[in-house]
Ligand binder design. Structure first.
Ligand code: UGA
Length: 448
């Protein structure tokens, strides 16, 4: 919405939410305190907030005066009831559709921006149509393809914009907005169901590439091949292409797992068991990859990490975001805590409160200096720098590819560690030869 406001100065955009605290944060005059860390977002807000971009809790009034309403609420995986663990929870979509139905005036275009199961538009249309009194609605599907950390540039230069719908006038109204900065041939128009399914399929294909390369990474380690060389060699085949072939600790983020599980659920619903099982394996491989990394850390450290201090570099699910949803660091750290490790975690953007929530335990009061004296109970603490985290540690685990971890002075890090000391580079982004030269044992993803 910020980028739409930035590119279309004649359109008034109002972002509404029931959460007053969140809206207040978006209105904070200090742009460094926005609730979401996203490179370039502060500059966009600096240009249009208060001009044609507004943040408000007056939901009903904003709906009443709007020509177009974007439904952008979350659709997490259901945790209980029918489809628990796989189906998307649509309660917020339904609640907002009902609110739009009640408050809208005249004709309103309702755009699904949230990622939704196929045929949700029909549900939304039914809810909207149940409202009488001179109101009418057109429902469009307009899935979002931006990735976190590069959201602003992805929005400013999208590979494509996808609009699904039945009402040509509504489709052209939305296409006209994107037409301010997106070339006409990049604006695709499809039917509603193709649009909804394209979003799930794009994420399933992207995640599948990561599970594929991670499976080969494990095989490379077993055979002496190097996954980066393999990725380069296959990526030069123009049919495969070089992107999204970076082996790592498994994909995280709020979308890939949720969307694939949703796809799996829908396939089963339609009786396509083999198709469901095929996609389910992408998630299974991802979970295995995360456990695999925790297991090999334990194995290399003489079969036990109980009471040992381990430095964890990075907790966000990828670099350049403060988002930790489904971050591979969560499962890896939980496994190591289970083994009794003392973790010193450092991340440039993730606060301690978030880590505590994700790990299900508060930070320990006293920093353990390693040495096996910390008892059987695993614990964690936040560190301010990699060197502080590494002090007294037996191993450094690189889990998020923040640029600063690629530039570490390994002499300085190795000097404060307990020997024999290890670097486990799950992202293959550290300077492995410098770490080796500083006397560390080094394990690199897909290289062994
Ligand atoms: C993903 C998609 O890339 C977006 O197109 C989509 O719009 C978005 O989900 C969504 O549905 O909202 P995002 O999850 O923000 O975007 O970030 P990605 O760059 O896709 O990374 C996802 C995970 O895969 C991260 O944990 C990342 O570290 C990992 N990854 C990515 C790899 O391990 N290797 C790669 O080569 C690429």
């Amino acid at each position: 919405m910020a980028v739409i406001a930035d590119r279309c100065s004649e359109i008034q955009v109002t972002v509404v939410d029931l959460n007053a605290e969140r809206i207040a944060a978006w209105n904070d005059p200090d742009l460094s305190k926005l609730p979401v860390y996203e490179p370039g977002l502060d500059a966009v807000l600096g240009r249009c907030r208060g001009r044609n971009l507004h943040f408000s809790t007056a939901v009903d009034a904003a709906i009443a005066s709007a020509d177009m309403v974007f439904l952008s609420v979350n659709t997490p995986t259901k945790t209980k009831g029918l489809g628990a663990g796989q189906a998307s929870d649509l309660r917020w979509i339904e609640a907002s559709a009902r609110q739009v139905a009640a408050c809208a005036r005249g004709h309103t275009i309702v755009v699904e921006k949230s990622t939704l199961p196929v045929r949700t538009a029909a549900v939304i249309q039914q809810i909207l149509d149940s409202e009488k009194g001179g109101k009418s609605f057109s429902v469009l599907s307009n899935p979002e393809f931006l990735a976190e950390g590069t959201a602003i540039t992805d929005l400013e230069n999208p590979d494509r914009v996808l609009i699904g719908g039945e009402d040509p006038e509504a489709i052209e109204a939305l296409a006209g907005i994107y037409g301010h900065w997106v070339a006409p041939e990049q604006i695709l128009r499809t039917n509603l169901w193709s649009s909804e399914l394209s979003k799930l399929t794009a994420n399933a294909f992207l995640a599948q590439r990561i599970s594929s390369i991670n499976s080969i990474a494990a095989f490379c380690e077993a055979t002496g091949a190097d996954v980066r060389e393999v990725a380069k060699a296959i990526g030069m085949d123009s049919r495969i292409g070089p992107k999204f072939l970076q082996a790592g600790p498994g994909f995280g983020g709020s979308c890939f797992q949720k969307d694939i599980l949703n796809l799996v659920y829908l396939c089963r619903h339609y009786g396509l068991e083999e198709v469901a099982a095929y996609w389910e394996q992408v998630v299974a491989l991802n979970t295995w990859q995360q456990h695999r990394i925790a297991r090999l850390v334990v194995t290399k450290l003489f079969g036990t990490v109980t009471g040992k201090r381990l430095a964890v570099l990075g907790f966000a699910f990828k670099a350049n975001t403060n988002d930790t949803r489904e971050s591979p660091a969560i499962r890896i750290c939980r496994d190591l805590l289970e083994e009794g490790a003392q973790l010193a975690i450092v991340d440039p953007k993730v606060p301690a409160a978030q880590i505590a929530k994700d790990l299900g335990q508060a930070p320990s009061a006293q920093a353990s200096d390693g040495g096996g004296g910390g008892g059987a109970q695993g614990g964690w603490q936040l560190a301010r720098s990699a060197v502080e985290a590494a002090a007294g540690a037996d191993a450094v685990l690189l889990l998020t590819e923040w640029a600063e971890f690629g530039e570490l002075d390994w002499e300085g890090v190795a000097a404060v560690m307990r020997k024999p000391a290890w670097l486990f580079d799950a992202r293959a982004t550290a300077d492995g030869s410098a770490a080796r030269a500083a006397g560390l044992n080094v394990w690199v993803q897909g290289q062994g």
